[in-house]
Design a protein around this ligand. Structure first.
Ligand code: CP
Ligand code: NVA
Length: 313
């Protein structure tokens, strides 16, 4: 018998929040994704399997993870909400421990972020947050790649988020504050980001030399911004609040060509998709000359490859 059993167990690394990554690690992922996008493969994930454990629907996240695994020689296994019944048919802890015996990583999309944390606690393989009610780190890493490609850097730029203080907004704010981008958000009262996340972001921003601003005025945030970003007013799981949310956001929170024109000439218009045309964006915004929304969608594939290599390679 060899003495492998005496070695320290490897500590697995999860990606639950964008704040799990340092600025250096974010830059490393962007650089790796850029190489992978150019076709420089290097590493691969041969014989590695990834479980996609999804409680909510998905187009981009599911497809980009599946294609990323396939293109790197591995295999992705999609588990739909109906199949697993996370916490209903079976305890979350038991699902996490069982999956850990079959696959080398779990990408999970959950309603509650607590579910994500419980999966991470019990899984002995890396858990990647593929969206929870709190964060969407993979989306935001792809977005940083998109901004970097278009603007040639990140530090010192200003990102204006117009809309709900939701999962995407929270991850964007924390990412911006980590890499030194200024982050501004305009949302109606009652739809702001929570105080805890704001104070974490302000702490990160003070280290990176950037600023975080929260207001109710969309024009104030859009003025001279380098990026104008929005997302749906009603996120998955918020269907019961749809009417009150639409009422609150209809009061001036739609991104229109006029709002975008307050930003820098050449500012980017961004949206994670799916979009609701005529709600958070005026008709035609996806086709606007400053829109980079389909680059964002494509970059999910390249950044996901870099994330998978970091976590499972
Ligand atoms: N942006 C994004 O995560 O899209 P899906 O919900 O389609 O995966
Ligand atoms: N905030 C949206 C993002 C979808 C990618 C949601 O959670 O539904």
């Amino acid at each position: 018998m060899d003495d492998n059993h005496l070695k320290e167990p490897l500590i697995k690394r999860d990606l639950l929040s964008i704040a799990d990554l340092s600025s250096q690690e974010i830059w490393h992922l962007i650089e790796r994704a850029t190489e992978l996008k150019r076709g420089i493969q290097g590493a691969n994930l041969k014989r590695k399997s990834l479980a996609l454990l999804f409680e909510k629907p998905s187009l981009r996240t599911r497809v980009s993870f599946e294609v990323a695994m396939r293109e790197m020689g591995g295999y992705a296994l999609y588990l739909s909400p109906a199949e697993v019944g996370l916490g209903k048919r079976e305890e979350i802890a038991d699902v996490a421990r069982t999956l850990s015996r079959y696959v080398q990583g779990i990408a999970a999309r959950t309603f509650s972020h607590h579910t994500m944390e419980e999966l991470s606690h019990y899984a002995i393989v890396p858990v990647i947050n593929a969206l929870s009610d709190k964060e969407h780190p993979c989306q935001v890493l792809g977005d940083l790649l998109t901004i970097y490609e278009r603007k040639g850097g990140l530090e010192g730029l200003t990102l204006a988020f117009v809309g709900d203080g939701n999962n995407v907004a929270r991850s964007l704010m924390l990412a911006a504050a980590t890499v030194g981008m200024n982050f501004r958000i305009a949302a109606p009262e009652g739809y702001w980001l929570d105080e805890g996340s704001l104070s974490s972001a302000r702490e990160l921003a003070s280290q990176s030399g950037s600023q975080v601003l929260c207001t109710t005025d969309p024009c104030e945030v859009a003025k001279d911004a380098d990026v104008v970003y929005t997302d749906v007013w009603v996120s998955m799981g918020q269907g019961s609040e749809a009417e009150s949310r639409r009422r609150a956001f209809q009061e001036g929170y739609q991104v229109t060509p006029e709002l975008l024109s307050l930003a820098q000439a050449g500012a980017l218009f961004m949206h994670p998709l799916p979009a609701h045309h005529g709600e958070e964006i005026a008709a035609g915004m996806l086709e606007h000359p400053q829109s980079v929304v389909f680059d964002q969608a494509e970059n999910r594939l390249h950044i996901q490859k870099a994330i998978l290599l970091k976590m499972m390679g």
